[in-house]
Structure formats: structure tokens, C-alpha cells
Design a protein around this ligand. Structure first.
Ligand SMILES: Cc1cc2nc3c(=O)[nH]c(=O)nc-3n(C[C@H](O)[C@H](O)[C@H](O)COP(=O)(O)OP(=O)(O)OC[C@H]3O[C@@H](n4cnc5c(N)ncnc54)[C@H](O)[C@@H]3O)c2cc1C
Length: 482
């Protein structure tokens, strides 16, 4: 492909020379300069230098090697895939891509909503075989992990040592992608986002240099890596997190009639935003496949679930159709939100997000109206509302690239229904929310959206840092103009 571009460039340059000669007429003779065509990428040479593996489109394993979690992107056509087995492999791959002007898709867990870890015409650097393992420094309560470690493995190993990091909900999501985009989950109100626990990250820059970004070293990069989204600046090869003690938690599940869904969202969120930060919650509204369901899930200190739920209902003036409370140890708590083995299976889905600045009644009405617009015969669709209060709010919005620390809630739209209906539903949802939405969450990105929608007021600083570390745009994120 780059050979093709070079040939076109050569032809353009040659035609330009001829046109110039014609304009000069016969006044003087012109000797055309020799123009050399860059050599095509030498894939064989690269492959022979790797500890890991090179997979080309002609290789038998190409389809499997480029496979990502969202099978809507199964037809993507990366130029090649390098399965890196060492940081040196990553450096070689980055140098090769830079020399040959091929963009890079870094691949950790492969759970990008928009298939951004196997973009067309890029060199995929797959990090799943990087060595290292999950390394807990019990003395300093730090854990260091390779980027593609799946979240469930991190949580399982940490829980065995009585520690944890702020979790997301998917067992197989890669810790790198989750962290680089923020990391929103059931620990957010007491421990913040996953990226808030990041202490340092090592990465291979487009120059091939390996650097470690932390609060004391490359602090601009460290700022940008915490919530600016994956696929920027370089390829992250390891991440170190602060851990917190793993504790039991109560989980309370309450269901409400669909008619009261908007009231539930407003009153639950206003109660939660000033509740003790040991309490976390989300509202899940699902339509299709039967009557609509509105569910509130709370996580509370062990033994307090029933009383906290009672407080919430009293404060909100609500009564639940059903309530279930159980006490879970740390790993069962993580597994509860992961959703079991079925959650590990790749599938086709359409999803996106809105950030709600203030949860007014009108904003809640619009969330319910938007999710309810899903065509009932097309399967099910869900809106998940999560609070951005508590520890998320402890960091200044300009203190890391993740900008949404003073807003009320993140809303995720998700469906595995037919693609056309799903895309129309999602577009209509944004329209229905209108000015109640101030942006989107970069870990739930949508194809074609501008980066500004995800980085809000932090966009300019992010772009300046990206320009400094990756001026040619070698590392691709699939978001915005890349
Ligand atoms: C089922 C499911 C559940 C989810 N639940 C949550 C949740 O609870 N909370 C939440 O916050 N998010 C959640 N997400 C979103 C998830 O955090 C993002 O999709 C995340 O980017 C996935 O990371 P990954 O490493 O698995 O994906 P990948 O597709 O490998 O990577 C995602 C992006 O990061 C880039 N990238 C990956 N690795 C690196 C690296 N080492 N260096 C530089 N760039 C890199 C990729 O190029 C791509 O642009 C969920 C996603 C799914 C599919």
C-alpha cells in the first residue's frame, strides 16, 4: 500500500516536472531530475528479527490475529499484525511502521467499541504475548501489569492478596485500554477511575525510545495517558497502579415500574451525589424483549445494604417493586458486575455515550424517551446511568485528560440488535438528549465523532502533547481525524 502511494507521488512529481517544462516553452532545455521510489516495506526482514510473530493478510492465521471483541469490525483489513513477545519487538515494529509511513493500531484486550485496535491499513501491534505477568509489590501496595492483561485476571490475582484496583465491568477488557480512556465502574465513588490509580506507565514512543511517564517524569504524557484514550502518543508496554484493600460489599438490586424510571434517575442521583462515598450505584433501563425494566443497583459496605436502600427510597419518595440484597466477597463482587462466562464471548454490538451535565427532570425524561424509542421487535436495548460524583470528583477536571469530573452522570447506550436500527437509535438518542449532553466518554466512542466530544475543555492541551510526542500521527486511535 505504501508502495502504491509512493508510485502515485512519483507520477505526480514527474507530471509536475513536465508541466513546468511546457510552461518554460523552448527557451531552454530541461534535464529531468532522477526521482527515486522508496523501497517497499521489507516484511520478511522484519518478521525474521522478531521474538514474536508477523501475520500478513496472506497468512492462514490473519482473520484470527486481527479479531476483536466487537465482531461488527470482523471485516477490518490491517496491513499486518505483529504479535510482540518483547518490548524490543514493539520497538522494532514501531520503527518499521515509522520508516514505512504505516499507522499503528495498538492492541491490548481488543474491546474497543469502534474496532480501533485493528484499523484498516495499519500495522497492528498485539500486546497479548508480552511477558511480565501481574507483579504485586506488597510492601508498597503497587501492582505492575502488562497492557493486555485482562481485567478479571488482575482482579482475581489481587483479590487473592487482599488488594484491588478500581474495576470496570467486563472480564476480558484489557487493562491498558480501560485505563487510558479512564475506567468507570463500581469502585468509582470511593476509589475513583482506574486511571486515577495509575502511578506510572512505560511506553515505546514513535521515535522508538522507551520512557516511563509518571507525576515526576514526562508529567505531560502522564496527564494525557489518564483518560485521553488509547491509541495516542506511543505503545504502552506496562502499567503500575496503586492498590486498595479488597473488602466485602453488599449489592442491592431494586426494580421499579418503567413509568417511574425518570423519577428514579433524578431522585437516585440527587441522593447519591451527597451520600457517603462508600456507596455506589447505577440505574439500568432496558427495553425490548418484554416490558421495559428499570433497575437500581447499589454497592454498599457489608451489612448496610438494606438500611442504605431504605434510606434511598425514603429520601427519593419511591417504593421498589422488588429488592434483593446479598453480601459478596471482593472477587464475587467483581464477578457479579462482569456477568459470567457469557460476557467473555465476542459479539456484534452498537454502543455509545453521553455525559449529562445536570440531571434535571427534563434530562431524565429525555434518557427514558431515548431508550424507549428502540423498536420493540428488534431485540433489547439498554441505557446505563452512572454517577460521576465521589472520588471521581476529587481530581480537578484539568488535572488529567479525563474531563468529566464536575458533571452529573455518564449514560451508556448499548444494543446487540440489528446494526441499522441500532445506529439510528443511537443517533436519535443523542438528538433527544440535546443540550442536556455535554459530551461523551472516550471509552465508549462512536465512529466519526470529533475528539472534542470526548475531551471537552482538555482538548487543546491533549493536542499539544500529542503533537510533541507523535507529530506525524503514527499511533492511531480511530477517533476524530486521528
Ligand atoms: C463488554 C464491555 C464492557 C465494558 N465495560 C466497561 C466498564 O465497565 N467501564 C469502562 O470504563 N469501560 C468499559 N468498557 C470499555 C473499555 O474500557 C474500552 O473499550 C477499552 O478501550 C478497551 O480496552 P482494550 O484494551 O480491551 O481494547 P483495545 O481495543 O485493545 O484498545 C482500545 C484502544 O486503546 C488502544 N490501545 C490498546 N492498548 C494500547 C497500548 N498498550 N498502548 C496504547 N494504546 C493502546 C487501542 O489502539 C484502541 O484505540 C467495556 C467494553 C466492553 C466491550
Amino acid at each position: 500500500m505504501s508502495g502504491e502511494i509512493s508510485r502515485q507521488a512519483f507520477v505526480r512529481r514527474a507530471l509536475g516536472g513536465l508541466a513546468g517544462a511546457a510552461l518554460l516553452g523552448s527557451c531552454r532545455s530541461v534535464t529531468p531530475k532522477a526521482v527515486s521510489t522508496p523501497a517497499p516495506p521489507d516484511w520478511n526482514a522484519l518478521g525474521s528479527q522478531l521474538d514474536g510473530q508477523l501475520t500478513m493478510p496472506s497468512s492462514a492465521g490473519y482473520a484470527a490475529a486481527k479479531g476483536v471483541f466487537n465482531s461488527r469490525f470482523a471485516g477490518s483489513t490491517p496491513t499486518a499484525i505483529i504479535t510482540a513477545a518483547s518490548v524490543t519487538d514493539v520497538q522494532k515494529a514501531v520503527a518499521f511502521a515509522a520508516t514505512n509511513h504505516i499507522g499503528i493500531s495498538a492492541r491490548s484486550g481488543g474491546h474497543s467499541y469502534i474496532g480501533a485496535s485493528a484499523l484498516d491499513a495499519t500495522l497492528v501491534i498485539d500486546l497479548r504475548r508480552l511477558p511480565g505477568g501481574i507483579d504485586l509489590d506488597a510492601g508498597r501496595n503497587l501492582v505492575t501489569v502488562p497492557p493486555a492483561t485482562d481485567l478479571d485476571s488482575v482482579q482475581t490475582q489481587l483479590a487473592a492478596s487482599g488488594r484491588s484496583i478500581p474495576s470496570g465491568s467486563c472480564p476480558t477488557v484489557g487493562v491498558a485500554g480501560l485505563t487510558l480512556g479512564g475506567g468507570l465502574g463500581s469502585d468509582a465513588r470511593r476509589c475513583g477511575l482506574t486511571c486515577d490509580a495509575l502511578v506510572s506507565a512505560s511506553l515505546v514512543l514513535p521515535t522508538g525510545a522507551v520512557v516511563t511517564a509518571s507525576a515526576n517524569d514526562h508529567d505531560d504524557l502522564f496527564w494525557a495517558l489518564r483518560g485521553g484514550g488509547g491509541g495516542n502518543f506511543g505503545v504502552v508496554t506496562s502499567l503500575t497502579f496503586r492498590t486498595f484493600p479488597a473488602t466485602d460489599r453488599d449489592v442491592v438490586t431494586m426494580t421499579f415500574p418503567m413509568e417511574s424510571a425518570a423519577a428514579v434517575i433524578v431522585s437516585w442521583l440527587s441522593w447519591l451525589s451527597i451520600a457517603d462515598r462508600d456507596i455506589w450505584g447505577m440505574v439500568n433501563i432496558t427495553v425490548g424483549d418484554g416490558p421495559g425494566r428499570c433497575t437500581v443497583i447499589l454497592a454498599t459496605p457489608p451489612g448496610t445494604g438494606s438500611s442504605v436502600a431504605g434510606e434511598m427510597l425514603a429520601a427519593a419518595g419511591l417504593s421498589a417493586s422488588s429488592t434483593r440484597t446479598r453480601t459478596l466477597n471482593r472477587i464475587d463482587f467483581v464477578h457479579y458486575f462482569e456477568g459470567g462466562d457469557a460476557a467473555r464471548v465476542p459479539r456484534a454490538f452498537v454502543a455509545g455515550s453521553d455525559i449529562v451535565g445536570e440531571m434535571t427532570s427534563a434530562a431524565a425524561d429525555s434518557i427514558v424517551a431515548a431508550v424507549s424509542a428502540w423498536p420493540q421487535s428488534a431485540g433489547s436495548a439498554t441505557a446505563v446511568v452512572e454517577s460521576l460524583s465521589g472520588a471521581v470528583d476529587d481530581i480537578d477536571p484539568a488535572g488529567s485528560a479525563f474531563p468529566w469530573r464536575r458533571q452529573a452522570a455518564a449514560v451508556q447506550w448499548y444494543t446487540e440488535g440489528p446494526s441499522d436500527a441500532a445506529t439510528s437509535w443511537l443517533t436519535a438518542a443523542h438528538y433527544t438528549l440535546g443540550s442536556a449532553s455535554v459530551g461523551g466518554y472516550i471509552n465508549y466512542p462512536e465512529t466519526g465523532d470529533p475528539l472534542a466530544r470526548y475531551l471537552g475543555p482538555n482538548l487543546q492541551r491533549f493536542i499539544t502533547i500529542r503533537q510533541k510526542y507523535d507529530p506525524t500521527g503514527l499511533i492511531r486511535s480511530g477517533i476524530g481525524a486521528a
